[in-house]
Design a protein around this ligand. Structure first.
Ligand code: SF4
Ligand code: SF4
Length: 131
């Protein structure tokens, strides 16, 4: 599976019906996918989708056709200066890319990170940033 980051600008999505129409269009392509995260920001609705790798192009075209802004898979970096090793981000990470070392200090594995961005909002110090 591959992670896709999408933004549905408020100009495109004015109501929940608009959102449903976009999701229904994707479903009409017979694509199964997971919505990992749904959040609203100042400029629109943000979606984090987990889609089959072979269907990435198809689903990207379907989203773009509906004026959805599609970003490629993200990655994060952890700012060691800001991190206080509280561990709040660890339980959200599905791949163990964020974990404690033997000294109870946070370690980040770039190789294990799949860019799901689930950890982004968990940090009380804003130490995790999208690359
Ligand atoms: S982006 Fe996802 S995989 Fe990467 S560190 Fe954060 S929670 Fe883990
Ligand atoms: S939530 Fe933030 S401060 Fe806490 S361990 Fe993770 S990166 Fe460090």
């Amino acid at each position: 599976m591959t992670i896709i980051n999408c933004k549905l600008p408020f100009g495109v999505v004015k109501s929940i019906e608009d959102y449903s129409n976009i999701i229904n269009e994707i479903l009409s392509y017979n694509i199964t996918f997971n919505i990992l995260k749904f959040s609203t920001g100042t400029s629109g609705v943000n979606l984090l989708l987990d889609v089959p790798e072979k269907k990435v192009n198809m689903i990207t075209q379907a989203l773009k056709k509906n004026d959805v802004i599609v970003n490629k898979k993200g990655r994060v970096i952890v700012d060691d200066e800001k991190c206080i090793d509280c561990g709040a981000c660890i339980s959200l990470c599905p791949t163990d890319a964020l974990h404690f070392n033997d000294n109870n200090q946070l370690e980040f594995s770039y190789e294990k990170c799949i860019g799901c961005l689930l950890c982004l909002d968990s940090c009380p110090r804003q130490a995790i940033e999208e690359m």
